[in-house]
Design a protein around this ligand. Structure first.
Ligand SMILES: Nc1ncnc2c1ncn2[C@@H]1O[C@H](COP(=O)(O)OP(=O)(O)OP(=O)(O)O)[C@@H](O)[C@H]1O
Length: 730
């Protein structure tokens, strides 16, 4: 129950309590009561007022026609009634409580809402669409089927198995109406239900609405552009530019204005309103922010009070007490948010997600392939040593053939041709020019007296500069490619060491003399021969699943939001938590298969050895996938269009990837960047993954469990932010 309303003295509020005098002098309870409603869109100078001090009263069992031209605020008012929009000022009571109040079924089962856009899942059949809403409202299968049968025949719909995409625009609107009528709610809010409907069917729909309003006391608020069809309503409200010009029975309005059509009544009211606005000293009501004007006197145009018969109980409500109270509203919102997720709503959302997947099997297979292709390409293209590096060779000793005892040939034979591929030149200048032209990565130069000098150095222990110079290979390298030049130097250094050992052994000297004074013992972790792949692959596995989850979730939710599907589900009572839980459960299976395929490819085919428990590695990747989903949800809360999603998602991929130490060790970053990298959602998780994969660490190690905790914390943070943004941007 609304706290403020309860606290108001001298007012009688609530579904059963608030009574109004009808023209027939009957006492009728109010299903919907709106008092002094102001609604602004946007902030600061961009703000525009969509509702100006609107008052609306709909007794239970009434059909209320909400009329007015396009843009006058009808949809805004309906969205306030179902709790999708919060008023800036004023109060709304629907079926006795504030919409969205804890435990209230508005939004939820008690309200059937038909939005202006069709808001249907295009790939679903009519039956699947009805079943989705039926499950959301916790209806059993039998009830859903019996209502489905009735609605199909009543709304003149084609076969239940027909897809929404195969229906005409008018038929789609009727399916949308069927979804609103499905659970036989106490309150029906229909935004333009008769658009695109032929006159006969329009008549039938009206008869049905009148029938349910009489027999089951369903309250119906209907907006329409066809002003005359609203004659059938018990009460109409005529709106213009966000203001309620009049609210009364159609016959009484016709009598009061001495007119034969509601169109003319509306014209008269518009003229009166126009004069009133022109005479108003302010004349700038559209720009007024009601929240800045809370102490201003009542506006002179208080049409409802002017045009209804005399004093009503609502006029006793002190408007000033209905002003925005941020603390109270924040407290209310926080309490309302703490709703325990309900199984039937999660189930309905899961069935809906699975149906969507079923409709796009190709896309599902594609989803399985993406991580496999990405990890395979990564393992194939990244981290391997460059091979067959072309190098020029100028061997002075061999220019005129190889003399006996030629040691340069011996040395060159030690160099693996698969790693460095030499091309001999007879002139040094030509070899250097070929490097300058980019044909080779460098020139190896061997002096004419190399063999002699080597013997002098090793056997006779001569170390004068001339001997040292002549006994060395001279490398003139193109150092523009770090990895290639590193491999060239490394290969030539190791081969030379082997060559020296051979020479020493030939001359009965211990070859160990050629070893550098460093002994690399068996490593504590990892293999003696390491490669870049082992370093980068764990990070890549985490990143692939993380970024995939971001993209897919963000796109799915933005499309649903854009097409009004998410809003419709929210009005049917689903919460963001339930939608997300359903998404996670369904994605669990997809992600599970993705992770298995990726690990099999990396481990079995590309030999990325996972030393630790594979299950732990999979669990970490999985949790990071959920983190990606919640980040995707946050992106979808921020963006309105798919293009924006792509921009934000792609815009975050590289900064996160580069600063989290996935590609290059964080130890190589400047201190400030290294500090900042602690605050990316990947850094600690990737580190934990490396510890599991390379060091066989388990959860008893700090770095591993910290990775899990950080991933969970980012997930909760993204999710909370997304929920707040969704609530703020309603
Ligand atoms: N999300 C929004 N942000 C900013 N302004 C909005 C938003 N939604 C509606 N408006 C503005 O509020 C005013 C009322 O819009 P609303 O959709 O309630 O009108 P309507 O009477 O339902 O019109 P129609 O019959 O064409 O649907 C319009 O001027 C519209 O431009």
């Amino acid at each position: 129950m609304s706290d403020e309303i309860n606290s108001l003295p001298n007012t009688t509020h609530g579904n059963q309590a608030l009574l109004i005098n009808q023209s027939e002098n009957e006492a009728t309870d109010l299903a919907v009561c709106v008092e002094g409603a102001w609604k602004n869109y946007g902030y600061w100078w961009k703000s525009m007022t969509a509702l100006h001090d609107v008052t609306l009263h709909v007794p239970t069992g009434f059909i209320y026609g909400l009329l007015g031209p396009s843009g006058c605020g009808k949809t805004t008012l309906l969205r306030c009634l179902v709790g999708r929009l919060q008023l800036n000022r004023g109060e709304v009571t629907v079926l006795g409580q504030r919409p969205g109040a804890r435990g209230h079924q508005v939004p939820g089962r008690d309200v059937g809402f038909m939005p202006q856009e069709t808001a249907l899942y295009k790939d679903f059949s009519i039956s699947e669409m009805l079943h989705y809403f039926g499950h959301l409202h916790n209806m059993n299968r039998k009830d859903i089927l019996s209502r489905e049968k009735f609605l199909l025949s009543f709304l003149d719909l084609p076969s239940r198995t027909k897809k929404i995409t195969q229906l005409s625009g008018g038929q789609q609107r009727r399916v949308s109406l069927a979804c609103a009528l499905l659970q036989q709610p106490q309150l029906l809010l229909l935004d333009e239900p008769t658009v695109g409907v032929d006159p006969l069917l329009r008549e039938k729909i009206w008869s049905h609405l009148i029938h349910i309003s009489k027999t089951s006391r369903t309250t119906i608020i209907i907006t329409t552009h066809y002003i005359e069809e609203a004659r059938k309503a018990n009460r109409v409200g005529l709106m213009r530019s966000g203001r309620m010009l009049a609210e009364d029975e159609p016959t009484r309005l016709l009598a009061k204005y001495n007119q034969t059509s509601l169109e003319n009544v509306f014209l008269n009211l518009c003229r009166e309103d126009q004069n009133r606005v022109q005479q108003s000293p302010k004349n700038s009501i559209d720009k007024t922010d009601p929240t800045d004007n809370q102490d201003a006197p009542e506006t002179p145009h208080s049409p409802v009070l002017d045009l209804t018969t005399g004093e009503t109980p609502y006029s006793q409500i002190r408007r000033k007490e209905l002003v925005k109270n941020p603390v109270l509203r924040a407290r209310r919102a926080a309490v309302d948010c703490c709703i325990c997720p309900q199984m039937h709503k999660i189930y309905a959302s899961m069935v809906k997600d699975l149906t969507m997947i079923k409709r796009s099997i190709g896309f599902l297979i594609f989803q399985f392939f993406i991580p496999v292709v990405q990890i395979s390409l990564f393992c194939l293209c990244i981290g391997r040593d460059p091979q067959h590096i072309p190098m020029a060779l100028y061997n002075s000793e061999a220019v005129h053939g190889f003399p006996t005892g030629n040691l340069s040939l011996h040395l060159l034979n030690k160099i693996n041709p698969n790693q460095i591929h030499f091309q001999s030149f007879n002139e040094l200048n030509k070899a250097v020019d070929a490097v300058k032209e980019g044909h080779y990565w460098g020139v190896a130069v061997i002096r004419y007296n190399f063999s002699q000098a080597i013997k002098h150095k090793l056997i006779s222990m001569k170390t004068d500069p001339a001997t040292l110079n002549a006994s060395s290979i001279h490398l003139h390298l193109d150092m523009t490619n770090q990895q290639v030049s590193f491999v060239m130097q490394n290969v030539i250094l190791t081969s030379t060491q082997l060559f020296l050992k051979d020479i020493l052994a030939e001359h009965k000297v211990d070859p160990a003399l050629a070893d550098p004074p460093v002994i690399i013992e068996n490593p504590i972790y990892g293999a003696k021969v390491q490669n870049f792949l082992n370093f980068a692959a764990p990070g890549m596995m985490i990143s692939i699943i993380f970024f995939l989850a971001i993209g897919l979730t963000a796109l799915i939710f933005v499309v649903e939001k854009k097409e009004g599907l998410l809003e419709r589900s929210w009005i049917a009572g689903v919460t963001t938590v339930e939608v997300m839980l359903a998404h996670i459960i369904v994605k669990f299976f997809i992600q599970f298969i993705q992770i298995i395929l990726m690990i099999v490819f990396a481990d079995v085919i590309f030999q990325v050895k996972i030393e630790g428990p594979v299950i732990l590695a999979m669990a970490l990747i999985f949790i990071q996938g959920i983190c990606g989903m919640s980040y995707g949800l946050l992106i979808s809360a921020m963006c309105e269009q798919e293009v924006e999603v792509m921009e934000v998602a792609l815009g975050s991929v590289f900064p996160i990837l580069l600063s989290s130490g996935v590609i290059w060790p964080a130890e190589g970053m400047p201190p400030i960047m290294r500090f900042l990298s602690n605050f990316t959602p990947l850094t600690h998780v990737v580190e934990a993954m490396r510890c599991i994969v390379s060091r066989a660490w388990t959860l008893v190690y700090f770095k591993v469990w910290f990775g899990f905790v950080i991933s969970g914390a980012w997930t909760c943070g993204f999710f909370a932010l997304a929920a707040i943004l969704f609530a703020l941007r309603k």
